[in-house]
Design a protein around this ligand. Structure first.
Ligand SMILES: C[S@@+](CC[C@H](N)C(=O)[O-])C[C@H]1O[C@@H](n2cnc3c(N)ncnc32)[C@H](O)[C@@H]1O
Length: 373
Protein backbone atom coordinates (compact mmCIF):
# COMPACT_ATOMS: atom_id res chain seq x y z
CA UNK A 1 0.00 0.00 0.00
CA UNK A 2 2.84 2.32 0.98
CA UNK A 3 4.66 1.61 -2.31
CA UNK A 4 1.62 2.34 -4.45
CA UNK A 5 0.95 5.53 -2.51
CA UNK A 6 4.56 6.64 -2.94
CA UNK A 7 4.46 5.94 -6.66
CA UNK A 8 1.22 7.92 -7.12
CA UNK A 9 2.62 10.84 -5.17
CA UNK A 10 5.85 10.73 -7.13
CA UNK A 11 4.03 10.56 -10.47
CA UNK A 12 1.75 13.49 -9.64
CA UNK A 13 4.68 15.72 -8.76
CA UNK A 14 6.88 14.49 -11.58
CA UNK A 15 4.03 15.28 -14.03
CA UNK A 16 3.96 18.94 -12.99
CA UNK A 17 7.60 19.79 -12.22
CA UNK A 18 10.78 18.75 -13.98
CA UNK A 19 12.39 16.50 -11.41
CA UNK A 20 14.62 13.46 -11.31
CA UNK A 21 12.04 10.64 -10.99
CA UNK A 22 14.42 8.23 -9.29
CA UNK A 23 15.53 10.85 -6.79
CA UNK A 24 11.88 11.72 -6.17
CA UNK A 25 11.03 8.08 -5.62
CA UNK A 26 13.95 7.66 -3.25
CA UNK A 27 13.03 10.78 -1.28
CA UNK A 28 9.36 9.77 -1.07
CA UNK A 29 10.45 6.39 0.24
CA UNK A 30 12.71 8.02 2.83
CA UNK A 31 9.96 10.26 4.21
CA UNK A 32 7.40 7.43 4.14
CA UNK A 33 9.74 5.30 6.23
CA UNK A 34 9.99 8.13 8.72
CA UNK A 35 6.20 8.34 8.88
CA UNK A 36 6.16 4.65 9.66
CA UNK A 37 8.90 5.23 12.23
CA UNK A 38 6.71 7.79 14.01
CA UNK A 39 3.78 5.38 14.10
CA UNK A 40 5.97 2.52 15.19
CA UNK A 41 7.62 4.55 17.94
CA UNK A 42 4.19 5.34 19.41
CA UNK A 43 2.94 1.75 19.28
CA UNK A 44 6.21 0.29 20.54
CA UNK A 45 5.93 2.63 23.52
CA UNK A 46 2.39 1.31 24.11
CA UNK A 47 3.89 -2.18 24.25
CA UNK A 48 6.50 -0.97 26.71
CA UNK A 49 3.90 0.72 28.93
CA UNK A 50 1.58 -2.29 29.00
CA UNK A 51 4.39 -4.75 29.67
CA UNK A 52 3.72 -6.59 26.41
CA UNK A 53 7.40 -7.00 25.50
CA UNK A 54 8.33 -8.05 29.02
CA UNK A 55 5.53 -10.65 29.02
CA UNK A 56 6.64 -11.92 25.62
CA UNK A 57 10.19 -12.28 26.88
CA UNK A 58 8.90 -14.27 29.86
CA UNK A 59 6.40 -16.43 27.98
CA UNK A 60 8.47 -17.30 24.91
CA UNK A 61 6.57 -17.98 21.67
CA UNK A 62 2.98 -16.91 22.31
CA UNK A 63 -0.26 -15.82 20.68
CA UNK A 64 -2.79 -13.09 21.31
CA UNK A 65 -5.02 -15.29 23.48
CA UNK A 66 -2.24 -16.32 25.87
CA UNK A 67 -0.62 -12.88 25.94
CA UNK A 68 -3.84 -10.98 26.56
CA UNK A 69 -4.90 -13.43 29.25
CA UNK A 70 -1.49 -13.17 30.94
CA UNK A 71 -1.78 -9.37 31.12
CA UNK A 72 -5.56 -9.04 31.55
CA UNK A 73 -5.90 -7.15 28.26
CA UNK A 74 -8.44 -7.27 25.42
CA UNK A 75 -7.46 -10.04 22.98
CA UNK A 76 -8.57 -8.13 19.87
CA UNK A 77 -6.34 -5.14 20.69
CA UNK A 78 -3.39 -7.33 21.53
CA UNK A 79 -3.84 -9.29 18.30
CA UNK A 80 -3.81 -6.16 16.12
CA UNK A 81 -0.78 -4.82 18.02
CA UNK A 82 1.04 -8.13 17.46
CA UNK A 83 0.26 -7.93 13.73
CA UNK A 84 1.59 -4.34 13.67
CA UNK A 85 4.79 -5.22 15.55
CA UNK A 86 5.37 -8.29 13.37
CA UNK A 87 4.94 -6.32 10.15
CA UNK A 88 7.43 -3.71 11.36
CA UNK A 89 9.83 -6.52 12.33
CA UNK A 90 10.09 -5.75 16.02
CA UNK A 91 8.79 -9.21 16.76
CA UNK A 92 8.87 -12.49 14.86
CA UNK A 93 6.02 -14.66 13.64
CA UNK A 94 6.23 -18.42 13.14
CA UNK A 95 3.60 -19.48 10.61
CA UNK A 96 3.96 -23.17 11.47
CA UNK A 97 2.84 -22.59 15.09
CA UNK A 98 0.99 -19.26 14.64
CA UNK A 99 3.07 -17.80 17.46
CA UNK A 100 4.85 -14.50 18.00
CA UNK A 101 8.20 -14.12 19.75
CA UNK A 102 11.05 -11.73 20.51
CA UNK A 103 14.52 -12.37 19.15
CA UNK A 104 17.23 -12.28 21.85
CA UNK A 105 18.27 -8.85 20.56
CA UNK A 106 14.71 -7.48 20.58
CA UNK A 107 14.31 -8.83 24.07
CA UNK A 108 17.33 -6.76 25.19
CA UNK A 109 16.33 -3.55 23.43
CA UNK A 110 12.63 -3.69 24.29
CA UNK A 111 12.29 -5.78 27.45
CA UNK A 112 15.47 -5.51 29.53
CA UNK A 113 15.70 -2.17 31.41
CA UNK A 114 18.95 -3.25 33.08
CA UNK A 115 20.78 -3.53 29.74
CA UNK A 116 22.61 -0.49 28.29
CA UNK A 117 20.98 -1.11 24.88
CA UNK A 118 17.43 -0.94 26.31
CA UNK A 119 15.48 1.84 24.55
CA UNK A 120 12.30 2.03 26.65
CA UNK A 121 13.39 5.37 28.14
CA UNK A 122 14.08 6.84 24.71
CA UNK A 123 10.66 5.70 23.42
CA UNK A 124 9.07 7.20 26.52
CA UNK A 125 10.77 10.57 26.03
CA UNK A 126 10.01 10.80 22.34
CA UNK A 127 6.33 9.95 22.71
CA UNK A 128 6.07 12.40 25.63
CA UNK A 129 7.11 15.08 23.15
CA UNK A 130 4.22 14.22 20.82
CA UNK A 131 1.90 15.49 23.57
CA UNK A 132 3.15 19.06 23.23
CA UNK A 133 3.51 19.26 19.45
CA UNK A 134 0.43 21.50 19.38
CA UNK A 135 2.35 24.22 21.25
CA UNK A 136 5.13 24.48 18.68
CA UNK A 137 3.52 26.68 16.02
CA UNK A 138 2.91 29.36 18.65
CA UNK A 139 6.52 29.05 19.83
CA UNK A 140 7.79 29.49 16.28
CA UNK A 141 5.69 32.68 16.03
CA UNK A 142 6.46 34.21 19.45
CA UNK A 143 9.92 32.79 20.11
CA UNK A 144 8.82 31.62 23.55
CA UNK A 145 9.34 27.94 24.38
CA UNK A 146 7.91 25.60 27.00
CA UNK A 147 9.48 24.80 30.34
CA UNK A 148 10.12 21.25 31.49
CA UNK A 149 6.94 21.41 33.52
CA UNK A 150 4.92 22.55 30.48
CA UNK A 151 6.07 19.30 28.85
CA UNK A 152 4.27 17.28 31.51
CA UNK A 153 5.04 14.44 33.87
CA UNK A 154 5.85 11.94 31.15
CA UNK A 155 8.73 14.09 29.95
CA UNK A 156 10.35 14.01 33.43
CA UNK A 157 9.68 10.30 33.61
CA UNK A 158 11.17 9.63 30.15
CA UNK A 159 14.33 11.58 31.02
CA UNK A 160 14.66 9.62 34.25
CA UNK A 161 14.45 6.35 32.36
CA UNK A 162 17.06 7.52 29.83
CA UNK A 163 19.54 8.66 32.49
CA UNK A 164 19.02 6.01 35.12
CA UNK A 165 21.25 3.27 33.75
CA UNK A 166 24.41 5.38 33.58
CA UNK A 167 23.72 7.25 36.80
CA UNK A 168 22.84 4.20 38.91
CA UNK A 169 25.46 1.80 37.58
CA UNK A 170 28.39 3.76 36.15
CA UNK A 171 28.61 7.22 37.66
CA UNK A 172 30.14 6.13 40.97
CA UNK A 173 32.38 3.21 39.97
CA UNK A 174 33.46 4.33 36.50
CA UNK A 175 33.29 8.12 36.23
CA UNK A 176 33.99 9.66 39.65
CA UNK A 177 37.38 7.90 40.05
CA UNK A 178 38.50 9.74 36.89
CA UNK A 179 38.17 13.09 38.66
CA UNK A 180 41.13 14.49 40.55
CA UNK A 181 40.81 13.67 44.27
CA UNK A 182 37.03 13.52 44.32
CA UNK A 183 36.50 9.97 45.60
CA UNK A 184 38.80 10.63 48.57
CA UNK A 185 36.91 13.83 49.43
CA UNK A 186 33.55 12.07 49.13
CA UNK A 187 34.71 9.22 51.34
CA UNK A 188 35.98 11.64 53.96
CA UNK A 189 32.74 13.67 53.92
CA UNK A 190 32.14 16.38 51.33
CA UNK A 191 29.46 18.99 50.64
CA UNK A 192 27.89 18.28 47.25
CA UNK A 193 25.19 19.86 45.08
CA UNK A 194 23.59 17.98 42.19
CA UNK A 195 22.09 20.83 40.16
CA UNK A 196 19.23 20.07 37.75
CA UNK A 197 18.96 16.70 39.43
CA UNK A 198 15.82 15.64 37.55
CA UNK A 199 14.64 12.46 39.25
CA UNK A 200 17.80 12.47 41.42
CA UNK A 201 19.00 9.05 40.28
CA UNK A 202 22.51 10.57 40.20
CA UNK A 203 22.15 12.03 43.72
CA UNK A 204 20.83 8.75 45.10
CA UNK A 205 23.72 6.79 43.56
CA UNK A 206 26.29 9.17 45.06
CA UNK A 207 24.43 9.48 48.38
CA UNK A 208 24.37 5.72 48.77
CA UNK A 209 28.05 5.27 47.91
CA UNK A 210 29.27 8.08 50.18
CA UNK A 211 27.28 8.06 53.43
CA UNK A 212 29.60 10.58 55.11
CA UNK A 213 28.99 13.24 52.48
CA UNK A 214 26.01 15.61 52.40
CA UNK A 215 24.13 16.06 49.13
CA UNK A 216 21.69 18.74 48.02
CA UNK A 217 19.62 17.92 44.93
CA UNK A 218 18.36 21.03 43.10
CA UNK A 219 15.79 21.43 40.38
CA UNK A 220 13.23 23.98 39.22
CA UNK A 221 10.73 21.55 37.70
CA UNK A 222 7.87 20.52 39.96
CA UNK A 223 7.48 17.26 38.03
CA UNK A 224 11.20 16.46 38.35
CA UNK A 225 11.18 17.36 42.06
CA UNK A 226 8.22 15.02 42.62
CA UNK A 227 10.08 12.15 40.96
CA UNK A 228 13.22 13.04 42.91
CA UNK A 229 11.31 12.99 46.18
CA UNK A 230 9.90 9.54 45.38
CA UNK A 231 13.35 8.18 44.60
CA UNK A 232 15.06 9.77 47.60
CA UNK A 233 12.31 8.54 49.95
CA UNK A 234 12.50 5.04 48.45
CA UNK A 235 16.28 4.99 48.92
CA UNK A 236 15.91 5.52 52.67
CA UNK A 237 18.97 7.79 52.58
CA UNK A 238 19.18 10.63 55.07
CA UNK A 239 22.14 12.45 53.54
CA UNK A 240 20.18 13.98 50.62
CA UNK A 241 18.27 17.25 50.85
CA UNK A 242 15.90 18.21 48.03
CA UNK A 243 15.75 21.87 47.00
CA UNK A 244 13.64 23.88 44.61
CA UNK A 245 16.29 26.27 43.24
CA UNK A 246 13.67 28.98 42.75
CA UNK A 247 13.18 29.32 46.54
CA UNK A 248 16.30 27.64 47.89
CA UNK A 249 19.27 28.54 45.66
CA UNK A 250 22.85 27.32 45.75
CA UNK A 251 24.93 28.66 48.66
CA UNK A 252 27.00 31.74 47.83
CA UNK A 253 29.68 31.19 50.44
CA UNK A 254 32.10 28.92 48.60
CA UNK A 255 31.27 26.00 50.86
CA UNK A 256 30.84 23.16 48.35
CA UNK A 257 33.45 20.59 47.39
CA UNK A 258 31.63 19.26 44.35
CA UNK A 259 28.84 20.44 42.06
CA UNK A 260 27.46 18.12 39.42
CA UNK A 261 25.27 18.99 36.44
CA UNK A 262 24.04 16.19 34.21
CA UNK A 263 22.58 17.62 31.00
CA UNK A 264 21.43 20.84 32.58
CA UNK A 265 23.40 23.81 31.25
CA UNK A 266 22.22 23.57 27.63
CA UNK A 267 18.60 23.43 28.89
CA UNK A 268 18.76 26.30 31.31
CA UNK A 269 17.25 29.66 30.51
CA UNK A 270 20.20 31.57 32.00
CA UNK A 271 23.31 29.42 31.67
CA UNK A 272 25.76 32.26 32.39
CA UNK A 273 24.03 33.09 35.66
CA UNK A 274 23.87 29.40 36.57
CA UNK A 275 27.60 28.90 35.91
CA UNK A 276 28.33 32.02 37.96
CA UNK A 277 26.22 30.63 40.83
CA UNK A 278 28.06 27.30 40.62
CA UNK A 279 31.40 29.10 40.81
CA UNK A 280 30.24 31.13 43.82
CA UNK A 281 29.05 28.00 45.61
CA UNK A 282 32.38 26.15 45.21
CA UNK A 283 35.43 26.20 47.44
CA UNK A 284 38.60 27.35 45.69
CA UNK A 285 39.76 23.72 45.55
CA UNK A 286 36.31 22.49 44.55
CA UNK A 287 35.22 20.73 41.36
CA UNK A 288 32.34 21.15 38.96
CA UNK A 289 31.59 17.90 37.14
CA UNK A 290 29.65 19.00 34.08
CA UNK A 291 28.06 16.46 31.75
CA UNK A 292 26.67 17.88 28.55
CA UNK A 293 25.80 16.68 25.11
CA UNK A 294 28.74 15.63 22.93
CA UNK A 295 28.91 17.46 19.65
CA UNK A 296 30.83 19.68 17.28
CA UNK A 297 31.35 23.38 17.77
CA UNK A 298 29.38 24.37 14.66
CA UNK A 299 26.30 23.24 12.79
CA UNK A 300 28.49 22.35 9.79
CA UNK A 301 30.68 20.08 11.92
CA UNK A 302 27.63 18.35 13.36
CA UNK A 303 26.07 17.96 9.91
CA UNK A 304 29.25 16.40 8.53
CA UNK A 305 30.49 14.34 11.44
CA UNK A 306 27.94 13.82 14.18
CA UNK A 307 25.83 10.69 13.66
CA UNK A 308 23.45 11.83 16.42
CA UNK A 309 22.97 15.36 15.09
CA UNK A 310 19.55 14.66 13.56
CA UNK A 311 18.32 13.22 16.83
CA UNK A 312 19.92 15.98 18.88
CA UNK A 313 18.41 18.82 16.84
CA UNK A 314 15.03 17.04 17.05
CA UNK A 315 15.27 16.90 20.84
CA UNK A 316 16.39 20.50 20.76
CA UNK A 317 13.36 21.92 18.95
CA UNK A 318 10.99 19.72 20.94
CA UNK A 319 12.50 20.03 24.44
CA UNK A 320 15.96 21.46 25.10
CA UNK A 321 16.02 24.71 23.14
CA UNK A 322 12.35 25.11 24.01
CA UNK A 323 13.18 24.89 27.72
CA UNK A 324 16.06 27.35 27.29
CA UNK A 325 13.68 29.80 25.63
CA UNK A 326 10.82 29.33 28.09
CA UNK A 327 11.27 32.88 29.41
CA UNK A 328 11.46 35.98 27.18
CA UNK A 329 15.19 36.57 27.75
CA UNK A 330 16.14 32.87 27.70
CA UNK A 331 19.47 31.89 26.14
CA UNK A 332 18.12 28.85 24.24
CA UNK A 333 21.51 27.23 23.72
CA UNK A 334 19.88 24.08 22.34
CA UNK A 335 20.83 20.43 22.72
CA UNK A 336 24.18 20.81 20.93
CA UNK A 337 24.79 24.36 22.16
CA UNK A 338 27.01 23.65 25.17
CA UNK A 339 29.78 21.84 23.32
CA UNK A 340 33.31 21.68 24.65
CA UNK A 341 34.49 24.97 23.19
CA UNK A 342 31.43 26.81 24.51
CA UNK A 343 31.81 25.15 27.91
CA UNK A 344 35.45 26.27 28.06
CA UNK A 345 34.59 29.86 27.07
CA UNK A 346 31.61 30.25 29.37
CA UNK A 347 33.21 28.67 32.43
CA UNK A 348 36.35 30.77 32.00
CA UNK A 349 34.23 33.91 31.69
CA UNK A 350 32.56 33.09 35.01
CA UNK A 351 35.76 32.62 37.00
CA UNK A 352 36.87 29.03 36.40
CA UNK A 353 40.49 28.59 35.39
CA UNK A 354 41.00 24.83 34.95
CA UNK A 355 39.10 22.80 32.37
CA UNK A 356 39.65 19.16 31.46
CA UNK A 357 37.74 16.84 29.17
CA UNK A 358 37.40 13.63 31.18
CA UNK A 359 38.33 10.54 29.19
CA UNK A 360 35.21 8.41 29.42
CA UNK A 361 33.55 6.67 26.50
CA UNK A 362 30.84 4.87 28.48
CA UNK A 363 28.11 7.36 27.55
CA UNK A 364 27.45 7.81 23.85
CA UNK A 365 25.58 11.12 24.18
CA UNK A 366 27.48 13.01 26.87
CA UNK A 367 30.92 14.50 27.26
CA UNK A 368 32.18 15.05 30.83
CA UNK A 369 34.15 18.10 31.91
CA UNK A 370 36.11 18.57 35.12
CA UNK A 371 35.96 22.32 35.66
CA UNK A 372 37.76 23.92 38.57
CA UNK A 373 38.31 27.44 39.95
C1 LIG B 1 17.62 17.07 30.72
S1 LIG B 1 17.08 17.24 32.37
C2 LIG B 1 18.33 16.29 33.20
C3 LIG B 1 17.87 15.79 34.53
C4 LIG B 1 18.88 14.91 35.26
N1 LIG B 1 20.09 15.63 35.59
C5 LIG B 1 19.21 13.68 34.45
O1 LIG B 1 20.36 13.55 34.01
O2 LIG B 1 18.32 12.86 34.26
C6 LIG B 1 17.51 18.90 32.79
C7 LIG B 1 17.00 19.29 34.18
O3 LIG B 1 17.59 20.54 34.55
C8 LIG B 1 16.63 21.28 35.24
N2 LIG B 1 17.06 22.69 35.23
C9 LIG B 1 17.14 23.52 34.17
N3 LIG B 1 17.59 24.73 34.56
C10 LIG B 1 17.81 24.64 35.90
C11 LIG B 1 18.28 25.56 36.89
N4 LIG B 1 18.60 26.82 36.58
N5 LIG B 1 18.40 25.13 38.16
C12 LIG B 1 18.07 23.86 38.49
N6 LIG B 1 17.59 22.96 37.61
C13 LIG B 1 17.47 23.35 36.32
C14 LIG B 1 15.34 20.98 34.50
O4 LIG B 1 14.19 21.28 35.25
C15 LIG B 1 15.49 19.48 34.24
O5 LIG B 1 14.95 18.69 35.27
Amino acid sequence: MLDRYQQQQGKMIADTVAVDRDALQAFTTKVSREVLGGLNCALTFVGDQLGLFKAMAELGPTNSEALSEHLGLSERWVREWLYQQACTHHIEYDESTSTFSLSPEASIVLATPEHPAYLGGMLHSVTAMYETLGDLPESFRTGLGQSYDDKGESCACGIERMSKKFQSDHLVPDLLPRLDGIVGKLEAGAQVADVGCGAATSTVAMGRAFPDSAFSAYDISVNALARAKGNIDASGLSNIRLCNSDHDPLPEDGSLDLVTTFDVIHDSTHPRELIRAIRRSLRDDGTWLCADIRGGSSFEENLRENPFAGMAYSFSVLVCMSSGLSVPDGAGLGTLGFHEQKAREMSEAEGFSRFRLVEYEGDQFNAFYEIRP
